[in-house]
Design a protein around this ligand. Structure first.
Ligand code: SF4
Ligand code: SF4
Length: 419
């Protein structure tokens, strides 16, 4: 955060290759809502030729999803995300982060608050789907409803799944599952699936006490100090594990953040430990794809794979989740034409920019409806909730699940967990 505002943006040659990858430019058509436009704004701010109060500067920076789709397509290698984080932090010193955003972030960061509120949210989500809709409140309830464990049409699984015993590999490679905040509070079923699937594939699970929220939402919203405090806690908790222990993460936003702890804690006494930890972090789909997953029972399911931005663009993890899905005979994952465009969830963006978030989401929901899958696979809780809410609002009963859940169903059908 101490680097100059425009650091990393120097290579931009204004070629515009990034424009068509930018979800906000695609929906507003405004150059100032494109990566190139925002880079100009940041450079002008850094040079003192523009003030924060001028020309809708804050509006255009606020509208950025932080999806990072502009980075891999840039031929000059512009490093956009750190500059955006610094700009958001500079903004947070000029005006307060919205109260609702701060409240949500406090629940993520404060484990005592989470322990109080997540059980309540789990209770509320049971009936939330009946109140889901297209209004702001309807979408919020839809997000809650979409966090429930999916009920997939059992006959379609049963018919295609011969009972067979599954050879479970011997456990050798130690791995700790990163538990996070919302994943632990609302997506415990995904953690359960990830653990079972890791065990079947020869990983030996170890626990790391005292870990918590990764701080990604705080960092993206400009709450740098809060993000640093959360990162320090995780570095101490996870760093105490053996150096051969991989850290498996089943939420793409968290794996992206954990891999960047070295940058986040740059200059901190824990920087070296943060870099060592980051080197051991793997998205669970990477870890499993590298291990060549054991096949389970076939499933007759039409699966649409929707890559989370923080997996595809921020980490460059592209084919691994599909490797997992293809392990299941009967599944040939499809990518609809909006699959690689952000869903509009983007941390707390659906709270701070509800209108634009909904417009961005509408494109994806329409593409999914056109593709007619039985289930959408996406490995990030924000995407699962946002896409799930959009589908519920559109009247579709298509669940959004993590790719490991599908492998878990396949193993369950094969009798891997019997007895
Ligand atoms: S960020 Fe990269 S792709 Fe976009 S205008 Fe600049 S150089 Fe071109
Ligand atoms: S991070 Fe996403 S929304 Fe922001 S400028 Fe880049 S592509 Fe556009």
């Amino acid at each position: 955060v101490n680097a100059p505002l425009a650091a990393g943006l120097e290579p931009c040659v204004h070629c515009g290759f990034c424009l068509q990858s930018c979800p906000t430019y695609l929906v507003t058509g405004d150059e100032a809502d494109s990566p190139r436009g925002r880079i100009v704004l940041l450079r002008e701010l850094a040079a003192g030729r523009l003030d924060w109060s001028e020309g809708g500067v804050t509006t255009h920076l606020d509208r950025c999803l932080g999806c990072r789709a502009c980075e891999p397509v840039c031929p000059s290698g512009v490093s956009y995300a750190p500059a955006l984080e610094r700009a958001r932090h500079a903004l947070s010193t000029r005006r307060a982060v919205p109260l609702l955003v701060r409240l949500v972030h406090a629940v993520m960061a404060e484990r005592r608050l989470g322990r109080l509120l997540f059980p309540l949210a789990r209770l509320l989500r049971r009936g939330a789907r009946w109140l889901a809709g297209d209004s702001r409140l309807g979408l919020a309830l839809g997000m809650l409803a979409a966090s429930r464990p999916a009920r997939v049409n059992a006959p379609s699984l049963g018919e295609a799944a011969p009972r067979a015993s599954l050879a479970t590999r011997s456990h050798t490679a130690p791995v700790a599952l990163f538990r996070g905040c919302i994943m632990d509070g609302l997506f415990g079923h995904v953690h359960g699936a990830a653990e079972r699937v890791l065990r079947v594939n020869g990983f030996s699970l170890v626990e790391a006490d005292d870990q918590g929220c990764c701080g990604a939402l705080h960092a993206h919203a400009g709450q740098h100090e809060e993000a640093v405090a959360l990162a320090r806690r995780n570095v101490m908790a996870l760093g105490s594990l053996g150096s051969d222990t991989a850290i498996a993460v089943d939420a793409a936003g968290c794996s992206a953040m954990l891999k960047e702890y070295g940058r986040l804690l740059s200059g901190d006494p824990l920087e070296a430990s943060a870099r060592a930890l980051a080197a051991r972090v793997r998205d669970v789909t990477e870890l499993l794809a590298d291990a060549t997953p054991t096949p389970g029972a076939p499933l007759a399911l039409r699966v649409a794979y929707d890559p989370p931005c923080h997996l595809l663009h921020a980490q460059g993890v592209d084919t691994e989740p599909e490797v997992l899905l293809r392990t299941v005979a009967g599944i040939a994952p499809l990518r609809h034409h909006e699959a690689e465009v952000c869903c509009g969830s983007a941390g707390s963006y659906s709270l701070s920019q509800p209108g634009l978030s909904r417009t961005v989401l509408a494109r994806k929901v329409a593409a999914i409806m056109e593709a007619k899958p039985d289930v959408v696979a996406s490995g990030n809780p924000g995407c699962a909730m946002q896409i799930g809410a959009g589908l519920l609002a559109a009247g579709a009963t298509i669940p959004v699940v993590h790719p490991v859940e599908i492998l878990d169903w396949s193993y369950r059908s094969a009798g891997a967990y019997a007895g």
